[in-house]
Design a protein around this ligand. Structure first.
Ligand code: AMP
Ligand code: MG
Length: 406
């Protein structure tokens, strides 16, 4: 359901673009493609330190006369003179291959006779090295042609994209403005960080975790003042929060007598796409849309238990946030890992257990000991959630299991 809305938003949602210096664009989503400003590589490039020559000459086994040296950064001689057959030019990685040469033989594969200034392929087990035409050379334009799209609009820039853009000379890039996300936390027991909680009060951590998840997901969060468990107050707070691209409400979505999120949203004309998901934690999550003068506004009402809030964000909010941001890639980030311990749960719902992913090249996920979805202290150590399918009440250590990355 979220995926369908995310897919429809990808092209339909109106977004502003801004121009940023490339070093400041990490994590942002491209609003315009980056094009190759010239062929890549711009010349036939040697990928090895060695000798540029004719592959056929090497196969002949006769010594080749060394006629000079080309370093990376040496200008390409004009007019270009073809390498004479039977000759070789010493060449360094990244240097332009001389005209005619169709092979670069590595230093390690020849022996050089300083007296005659010639090279000869080294024979191994009586066999000579069989050089192929084109070996160790990337022809001009083989990676990209001038004008090719190197990075599409909708690419969220990671370091490799920054490198690709830099190679195109894109010192400034057009990126989408980040979607603005309003965050409303509701609950009579909540106090904010500037007050000392009385014994019966709970610190509002969800506004902060949500704001952090929004920022990490490429959005611009606005933490709004706490809302009491009162339908009138909640409605007016929602109305005030609707000038953003997305509204997140935490708390008040369960079946409790003082849970007013659903009725307040309905009173404001909300359309619900789903109420509840077959997951634990996070079951009571609501996804929908509210009418607003500037168009329909998406919202999520998330359960208030801090871990439920984080799981439902990762599963449902993150994909929609990515779509609003113009990001091509809107699927939640799942991966596979070996299970580091036996796990047993009650079957029936898809479970998300805070877990620690470790183990280098053989990733292993081990659930943390915790007290359930209110337990922030122990969840803080986790860097992923282990996913237990609804039809399983146990998983064994060593099994390959799915994890949801935070
Ligand atoms: P609720 O979803 O309103 O029924 O709240 C479920 C549990 O989450 C209760 O224990 C609340 O105290 C707690 N909770 C709700 N909102 C927050 C919040 N913003 N920060 C931390 N804990 C919360
Ligand atoms: Mg509550």
């Amino acid at each position: 359901m979220v995926r369908e809305h995310a897919a429809s938003l990808r092209f339909a949602y109106p977004r502003k673009t801004e121009i940023l210096g490339l070093p400041h664009a990490l994590g942002r989503v491209l609003g315009r493609p980056v094009l190759a400003d010239r062929d890549q590589p711009p010349f036939d490039r040697s990928t090895r330190d060695g000798y540029a020559c004719y592959a056929a000459d090497l196969r002949g086994g006769e010594p080749l006369t060394v006629t000079g040296q080309i370093r990376a950064g040496d200008p390409i001689e004009q007019p270009r003179v073809k390498l004479a057959p039977g000759h070789a030019v010493e060449i360094m990685t990244g240097a332009p291959v001389p005209a005619g040469a169709d092979h670069v033989v590595m230093f390690e594969h020849v022996e050089r006779d300083e007296e005659t200034d010639s090279i000869r392929p080294i024979r191994r087990n009586g066999e000579s090295h069989a050089p192929a035409s084109g070996g160790n050379i990337v022809p001009a334009g083989a990676e990209a042609r001038k004008g090719d799209i190197i990075l599409h609009a909708g690419t969220r820039l990671v370091p490799a994209h920054i490198a690709a853009a830099a190679a195109c000379g894109a010192s400034m890039v057009h990126v989408y403005a980040p979607p603005r996300v309003s965050i409303l936390a509701s609950g009579d027991e909540l106090v904010d960080l500037d007050s000392v909680p009385l014994p019966h009060q709970i610190r509002n951590s969800n506004s902060y975790s949500l704001a952090a998840q929004v920022t990490a997901g490429g959005g611009q969060p606005a933490r709004l003042p706490l809302v009491r468990d009162d339908p009138g107050h909640l409605q007016s707070a929602i109305r005030m929060a609707m000038d953003s691209d997305l509204l997140l409400i935490s708390g008040g979505v369960s079946m409790g007598k003082y849970d007013f999120a659903a009725e307040s949203l309905l009173a404001l004309g909300a359309e619900f796409f789903f109420t509840g998901a077959l997951i634990q934690p996070g079951k009571p999550v609501i996804f929908g849309r509210l009418p607003h003068a500037s168009g329909m506004k998406y919202f999520f009402a998330l359960p208030g238990n801090p871990v439920s809030t984080m799981v439902t964000f990762a599963l449902f909010v993150h994909p929609l946030l990515c779509a609003l941001a113009g990001d091509d890639n809107t699927v939640p980030r799942f991966a596979l890992a070996k299970l580091g311990a036996d796990v047993s749960v009650q079957a029936g719902l898809t479970r998300f257990l805070p877990a620690i992913l470790a183990g280098g090249t053989e990733p292993e996920a081990t659930p943390v000991e915790w007290q359930g979805s209110g337990d922030l202290a122990n969840t803080a150590a986790a860097n992923c959630f282990l996913v237990v399918p609804p039809d399983r009440d146990s998983l064994a250590a060593g099994e390959i299991a799915t994890i949801l990355l935070k």
